[in-house]
Design a protein around this ligand. Structure first.
Ligand SMILES: [Zn+2]
Length: 123
């Protein structure tokens, strides 16, 4: 048991913050790009009588639109996760498993900066 009573986290706070900010910036770029894609698909559907559901092109556009929308939803979730992680960093609970309370290894945080649990507790 550590004399200070503090659990050592896998990564120091400043590197963690930098990694989270970097991941957040990348995710914001991804969201901007997917939003442009989605608008492009919607524009295409507006210009091609896609309201006729029997039009095969309309079905393709609907499919593309659903795919881009799913990617966009995933990216937004990731952004929210990263924001949560930044709040946990401010609160001093970042880098600790929410289930077992043990520090999350630095290698895991490097791959997944928004991780809330250790590998054993994940999934
Ligand atoms: Zn755990």
């Amino acid at each position: 048991m550590a004399a200070s009573g503090e659990v050592e986290v896998g990564m120091d706070a400043e590197s963690s913050r930098a990694a989270l900010r970097r991941a957040r910036a990348e995710t914001e770029l991804l969201i901007a790009s997917l939003t442009r894609d989605l608008n492009g698909v919607i524009d295409a559907s507006l210009s091609s009588n896609a309201d006729d559901e029997h039009d095969p092109e309309g079905a393709t556009i609907a499919f593309e639109r659903a795919q881009v929308a799913a990617l966009l939803a995933g990216a937004r979730r990731r952004l929210a996760d990263l924001d949560d992680a930044l709040s946990r960093l401010d609160a001093g609970t970042y880098g600790r498993c929410e289930r077992c309370g043990l520090p999350i290894p630095a290698e895991r945080l490097a791959v997944r900066p928004s991780a809330r649990t250790c590998v054993h507790c994940a999934g």
